[in-house]
Design a protein around this ligand. Structure first.
Ligand code: IPE
Ligand code: IPE
Ligand code: MG
Length: 248
């Protein structure tokens, strides 16, 4: 039986988040410039998006550019922005054909204007697609999101729109830029690094974490199935005992 058939179709995570890492090392290993790795990473984005939609994932969030990534060499940042605009323009028809909606989280105002325009266009064009929601985290960091949420909560509290004792777990969820999607059940990071790098801190409070040594351009559909199988074999206890879970 192949990996795809081994997965339990009723236990496919509704939301998978991925830290796509290792493009630079992949290129370096081939004696090429880092951007060559990013270009090849786009191919993986395409195949993983397709695979996720095929097996019934509803939300796929990909960490594409972090707040901290602005500190990379200017040339790399510019090349990444161009790659983003190009890919978005070229791939919109495929998103339409596959009925996939594209959205973004992050501080989009920081992106070059040309980039913002293309994102808005693709978002608008795909907004009625229903099969899967593909979310790109761009100029995103979890701390940025928490700061903007806390500021809004402060303003609403000062204006009397919100009472202090209404501030709870669910309310904070509502002020985050991820408020329209469920928290990810599964978080994958490629490239062997075992850290979160300021991705979805609040939302992954109870996510299952999966790390693989594969570099992002080498990550395949089979690798995604493998991560899901691993996820399906875990017991998610949410603080309870194993006995409580099996009696449910
Ligand atoms: C991930 O690959 C892509 C982005 C952060 C844009 P990297 O560019 O971080 O690749 P490594 O980690 O240097 O190999
Ligand atoms: C995390 O990767 C950000 C993205 C994948 C977009 P990095 O390669 O920037 O993370 P660090 O700096 O190694 O933690
Ligand atoms: Mg990296």
């Amino acid at each position: 039986m192949n990996l795809k058939e081994k997965m339990d179709p009723v236990k496919i995570p509704e939301h998978i988040a991925i830290i796509m890492d290792g493009n630079g090392r992949w290129a370096k290993g081939k004696g090429k410039f880092r951007i060559f790795g990013h270009q090849n990473g786009v191919g993986t984005v395409k195949s993983i998006t397709e695979a996720a939609a095929e097996i019934g994932v509803k939300y796929l969030t990909l960490y594409a550019f972090s707040t901290e990534n602005w500190n990379r060499p200017k040339l790399e940042v510019r090349a990444l922005m161009e790659l983003l605009v190009d890919t978005m323009r070229k791939e919109t028809p495929t998103l339409m054909k596959n009925n996939i909606r594209l959205s973004f989280i992050g501080n989009l105002n920081d992106l070059p204007e040309k980039c913002q325009k293309q994102l808005e266009q693709t978002m608008a064009e795909t907004q009625n697609n229903t099969r899967m929601h593909l979310v790109l985290a761009l100029s995103y960091s979890a701390k940025w999101d928490l700061v903007q949420a806390i500021k809004k909560i402060a303003v609403d509290t000062r204006n009397g729109k919100l009472k202090e004792d209404e501030i709870n777990d669910q309310l904070i969820d509502k002020y985050l830029s991820t408020n329209w999607m469920p928290h990810p059940e599964l978080l994958i990071r490629t490239s062997g690094e075992k850290r979160i790098s300021n991705f979805l801190l609040w939302e992954i409070a109870y996510s299952e974490l999966y790390f693989t040594d594969k570099l992002w351009p080498d990550f395949t559909k089979e690798d995604l199935y493998q991560a899901i199988l691993d996820f399906q074999n875990r017991e998610r206890r949410f603080g309870k005992t194993s006995e409580q879970i099996s009696n449910q």
